[in-house]
Design a protein around this ligand. Structure first.
Ligand SMILES: [Zn+2]
Length: 321
């Protein structure tokens, strides 16, 4: 059974009124508060350059300050960011869902971006990759997980699949970006037009889903962001809590080992419902919350269809659809 795990240290990343604030974790119930008995700082160099690690540490000493227009640092940020890595490593080990902040999927080897400092998921996945594991990353946050995408772009040992609004921040993630070198065919970008609802999202999900079985991973790692929900303030996707249950339910039984880490999701009323629905789907228990499947406009479907056929044409030399 996948459990929600967290620690109060993540509230010490104090961003005030920023959309990515500590209330996001405080509103989620039924969470196991676990001790962080592992030093995440030892794992940072798996993904990040020392100058980035030093930058975040120095920023926390001089807090509050901003590392870019979106990304804020408080005095408790460095420890929270280290422990977010630790908690993600623990979740990867136990098959749990790490409720952490700051989030990670926009963070690169050498720079922070989009509320993200250290790339929690990429660090856990890189650690598993070096053990010889094959890892399938699913990033269903409404934004592209660009930091993660480009970190694993050239490897065939990790498959990265992102569904995201396009156009939107960070601006990349076209379906022509399928990986490079040995990793060609192992990056799967599924851009979704603004206005895409459950029907389109789940159609896209089912269309690319056979790649998981063909890749045959040892571990599935989920960048679980919930800002594609229709009431989320940052994007124009229209998912309901039902879609997150479906995603969890479809992933169940795909692999013996699945873990997840929190990325975005900024509507404080809907975020807990999305999280609990996803986990209920993974665990194969009844859906705790229901809104009713949302439907997209015809013009949105038309744009989506063009993108879908193009995306499949780029990847069909490598995989069966
Ligand atoms: Zn996001």
């Amino acid at each position: 059974m996948m459990k929600l795990i967290s620690n109060s240290v993540f509230l010490e990343h104090d961003t005030g009124q920023h959309p990515e604030n500590k209330r996001r974790l405080e509103v989620i119930d039924q969470v196991d508060m676990i001790p962080i008995n592992l030093d995440g700082s030892e794992y940072l160099p798996l993904v990040h350059e020392q100058k980035l690690i030093d930058l975040v540490q120095d920023a926390a000493r001089n807090a509050p300050c901003w590392l870019d227009g979106d990304t804020m640092v408080s005095s408790g940020t460095y420890q929270a960011a280290i422990d977010a890595v630790s908690c993600t490593l623990i979740a990867a080990d136990l098959g749990d869902f790490a409720l952490v902040r700051p989030p990670g999927h926009h963070s690169y080897r050498d720079h922070v971006s989009g509320f993200c400092l250290f790339n929690n998921l990429a660090i856990a996945v890189e650690s598993l990759r070096r053990e010889g594991k094959r890892i399938f990353i699913l990033d269903f946050d409404g934004h592209l997980g660009d930091g993660t995408l480009y970190f694993f772009y050239d490897t065939d040992q990790v498959m990265f699949w992102s569904l995201h609004q396009f156009p939107a921040f960070p601006g990349m993630g076209r379906n022509s970006e399928i990986g490079g070198h040995r990793g060609k065919g192992f990056s799967v970008n599924v851009p979704l037009p603004p206005g895409s609802s459950d029907d389109i999202f789940l159609h896209a999900f089912k269309s690319y889903f056979p790649l998981i079985e063909q890749f045959s991973p040892d571990v599935i790692a989920v960048s679980a962001g919930f800002d594609a929900h229709r009431y989320d303030p940052l994007l124009q996707l229209n998912l309901t809590v039902d879609a997150y249950y479906e995603i969890g339910n479809m992933l169940r039984n795909q692999c013996d080992r699945i873990f997840a880490v929190l990325e975005g999701g900024y509507n404080l009323e809907m975020l807990p419902k999305c999280v609990h629905n996803f986990v209920a789907g993974i665990n194969g228990i009844p859906k705790p919350y229901e809104e009713g499947i949302s439907t997209s406009m015809r013009s949105t479907w038309e744009q989506y269809d063009i993108d879908l056929h193009l995306g499949i044409s780029y990847l069909s030399p490598y995989w069966k659809f």
